[in-house]
Each structure stands twice: as C-alpha cells, then as structure tokens.
Design a protein around this ligand. Structure first.
Ligand SMILES: Nc1ncnc2c1ncn2[C@@H]1O[C@H](COP(=O)(O)OP(=O)(O)OP(=O)(O)O)[C@@H](O)[C@H]1O
Ligand SMILES: [Mg+2]
Length: 258
C-alpha cells in the first residue's frame, strides 16, 4: 500500500504557469479534498499526479518517483476519474468497466472469470448492474458518471484521483458515491485525492482540505481550519455561513440582498 507525496510541483500550459510549488502528502487510508475557484489548477494538479501531463518538482507514489515508473505500473497503482471523461462510442457498460482491468490482463491476453466477477461486483455496488448491456453513450449524465467511477474502482488501484466525481449526480447518488469511496479507503487503505466544488461534502468527507488559488496552496489542514466563512468569501467571492457540526462543518450559501 502506498502513499502519495509531492514537493514543488509546477505545471505550465503554453508557457503560462498554472501550478507553482505545490507540496502535499497523503497517507494510505486518508482522503485529501482539493478545493478552489474555477481555473485554480485543481484538474491540472490531479493530471500531474497521474502522470498524464509533464510537471516539474518531485512526485512520489509509495517509494517510487512517478517519472521513473512505466505507464503500466502507474496504471496499476493510480485510478483516475476525470472531470470530463471521454467515453468510447458503441461500448457496453460492462466492457467499459472491464477496461479498468487492463493493467491485470496480459498483453495479447483475455480477461478471466476473476476479472468478470470483479466488474460485476463493482457494477452492483454502484447500482449499474441493470445497465451492464447498454452502451455507455446511451446513459444519462449521472449514470455515465457512475460508470466512469466503476471503471476506476474495477482497477483496484491503491490511489484514487477523483475530479469532481459527483457533479452530475442527484443528491442520493452523491452521498452514495462519497460513502462508497469513504468505505473503500477505510477498508482497503486507499489514498483518495479528490476535488469537490461542494464545500460541505469537502468538509464532511475530507480528512484534510487543501485550498488552491491561482496555482498556489493558500491553506491546508482540517476542514474546519480551512473552510472558514472569511476564507470562502475572500477566495470564492461567496457569502456563506459555516455551521459547526460533530461530523464536520456545513458550508451554507446565504443570499446577500443589496
Ligand atoms: N490544455 C490547456 N491549455 C491551456 N490552458 C489550460 C489547459 N488546461 C487548463 N488550462 C488553464 O489552466 C488553468 C487551470 O485549469 P484547471 O482545469 O486545472 O482548473 P480547475 O481548478 O480544475 O478549474 P475548474 O474548477 O473550473 O474545474 C485555467 O486557467 C485553464 O484555463
Ligand atoms: Mg477542474
């Protein structure tokens, strides 16, 4: 089981710096939620951690440096749920989720009964079994988002990177998916790093919250330390009331009248 740590991570697009000097460390079983306004660099940070874009600085997955790992090694260790997933045309939900098993299937080989069983179990846990034979492109937005999550879970990676995994889901499914991830990280000691725009969910599910603004870490710590009303006002331009509860703060948007 591996943790994730990085120091001084930088990323640029066309010469413009999007991440500058990001440090973080997440232990097995821990959930770090990255929050920040649109364009802050959250997706870029997850892409850097997954090794899909070039980044400066040091990223270490377990005891290995990311830039010294092969693509297949990274795939067996890191599962990603992208913010805007590209789903192939004409592929059934079952076959799509089976793609998550790719790191375990030998080159030129076929999936085995254990892979099919794993896919079935994951589909069941995400209420997707009845959609198994449908094409992914025929699913509703929320059903599709669950299929993408199912593919990531079928990968059995020890590091889960989730980019806004609940945006298309109804409230019940948002809670179901977050509870499922929460259970998995506790049972299996997964490292979970997610972005979440819903600051109440960020506070309730994150062990720690990292606030990223314009590519820099502004604050990092327990949800109640980071998600204070004045901090949310300053960095999100939002008026909120933060209500302390035993299971974490609730960040309640309140209407301002001019
Ligand atoms: N491929 C790209 N080429 C050029 N600029 C990019 C590219 N991808 C992202 N950017 C820019 O980098 C910055 C950070 O983008 P990123 O997607 O990481 O933000 P984010 O925090 O995930 O925002 P959101 O909350 O809207 O998802 C933005 O200004 C964005 O326009
Ligand atoms: Mg994003």
């Amino acid at each position: 089981m591996t943790g994730v740590s990085c120091r001084g991570v930088t990323a640029r697009y066309n010469g413009a710096t999007v991440l500058s000097g990001v440090d973080l460390a997440v232990r097995p079983g821990e959930w770090l939620v990255v929050v920040g306004p649109n364009g802050a660099g959250k997706t870029t940070l997850l892409r850097a951690l997954a090794g899909v874009i070039p980044a400066g600085g040091d990223i270490v997955l377990g005891d290995q440096k990311l830039n010294q790992m092969r693509r297949r090694e990274v795939a067996a260790r890191v599962a990603v749920v992208p913010q805007t997933p590209v789903v192939p045309d004409g592929v059934t939900v079952f076959d799509y989720v089976m793609l998550g098993r790719t790191p375990y299937i030998p080159y030129w080989g076929m999936e085995g009964p254990a892979d099919r069983q794993r896919v079935t179990t994951v589909l069941e846990r995400l209420d997707l079994l009845s959609f198994a034979g449908r094409t992914v492109s025929s699913l509703s937005g929320g059903e599709r988002q669950r299929a993408v999550l199912a593919r990531a879970l079928a990968q059995d990676a020890s590091i889960l990177l989730l980019d806004e995994p609940t945006t298309a889901l109804d409230l019940g499914h948002q809670q179901q998916v977050l509870e499922l991830v929460d259970g998995l990280r506790r049972e299996a000691g997964l490292v979970v790093i997610s972005t979440l725009h819903d600051l109440t969910f960020a506070a309730q599910f994150g062990d720690r919250v990292l606030l990223l603004v314009a590519g820099e870490v502004i604050a990092e710590g327990r949800p109640g330390q980071v998600l204070r009303a004045e901090v949310v006002s300053e960095h999100f331009g939002a008026t909120v009331e933060v209500i302390e509860r035993p299971d974490g703060p609730v960040v309640l948007p309140v209407r301002t009248r001019g």
